[in-house]
Design a binder for this molecule. Structure first.
Ligand code: SF4
Ligand code: MG
Length: 291
């Protein structure tokens, strides 16, 4: 992200809470993720007037309401596309998308690879609970086949997708994973994601206490294992090997980080090449393209 938005204010985590009451179920993992976001914003001193919080539809997509910042609650699955536009128009802002596994990888699945490959300079926090919570418990792209949900009363017929392998494959330049029950780990990874220049993806396991009765706090606690000391975060192959859970454990921590030009960097290069408008005025670019 642009460093211009960093360390602009001194605000405690609770001062990033908006006036809107949090409506998630008691025990939902999303509470932990939201607190981690407050903490990351506070530690980075992000000015709420320099932040754009964007979501699609789902329980987790309510997050922007609870954060003191500019916000857009968009269409199901379309948060990433809107965020890409917002980031191009205002590259000086902190752009953050918050959403769930269904919103991101099913309805919004067509957008995910493009944010990653274009290296859009933003943070995508995916609340992965392996279920559609808001619509009351349907099987999602990350559901385990053992899950008996309303749409799969005898269990699921397919193999769950792996968000980490997906993001590593398509070129995300910051890929991390955590569990909502580890708020400090979540906050540190979200903080790193915001500071990173490029497309940052943070997958956070989050228990849905109302509709996913197999991915419990205990299950996730036992599932995750910290990324081993000495892991080279610049080694894509090593990151992919970890994401494949060689010992059955899901890696928790930063798996991969890389530096390459962002979408805005590349657009600026083109603008400069065609005669310059380094101030990056989209209207001028459109004018240039006219015959
Ligand atoms: Fe959380 Fe599930 Fe309740 Fe939604 S339905 S708020 S995901 S516990
Ligand atoms: Mg979900």
């Amino acid at each position: 992200m642009s460093t211009a938005a960093l360390h602009q204010v001194e605000m405690k985590p609770k001062e990033y809470k908006s006036e809107v009451s949090v409506v998630w179920c008691p025990g939902c993992g999303h509470h932990g993720i939201l607190n981690a976001i407050y903490r990351a914003l506070s530690e980075l001193g992000i000015d709420p007037t320099k932040m754009m919080s964007i979501s699609g539809i789902g329980c987790s997509s309510r997050t922007p309401y609870f954060i003191k910042s500019y916000k857009m609650h968009t269409l199901h699955g379309r948060a990433g596309a809107v965020a890409t536009g917002a980031q191009i128009a205002r590259p000086d802002l902190v752009v953050m998308v918050t959403g769930g596994d269904g919103d991101g990888f099913s309805i919004g699945g067509g957008h995910m690879p493009h944010m990653a490959r274009k290296n859009v300079d933003m943070t995508y926090v995916l609340y992965d609970n392996g279920i559609y919570g808001l619509t009351k418990g349907q099987y999602s792209p990350t559901s385990r086949p053992e899950l008996k949900a309303y749409t799969t009363p005898y269990g699921g017929p397919d193999t769950p997708m792996d968000p980490l392998l997906y993001m590593l494959t398509y070129g995300a330049t910051y890929v991390a994973q955590a569990f909502a029950g580890k708020p400090k780990v979540c906050a540190d990874l979200i903080k790193g994601a915001i500071e990173h220049r490029g497309f940052s993806y943070v997958n956070i396991f989050s228990q849905c206490t109302s509709f996913n009765h197999i991915d419990t706090v205990e299950y996730y606690r036992d599932l995750v294992e910290e990324v081993p000391t000495g892991h080279d975060v610049t080694d894509l192959g090593a990151a992919m090997a970890l994401a494949r859970r060689p010992n059955g454990k899901a890696p928790m921590g930063l798996l991969y980080q890389d530096k390459r030009p962002t979408l805005v960097d590349r657009l600026q290069e083109i603008v400069t090449k065609v005669g310059g408008h380094p101030d990056y005025d989209l209207n001028k670019i459109i004018d240039l393209s006219r015959p």
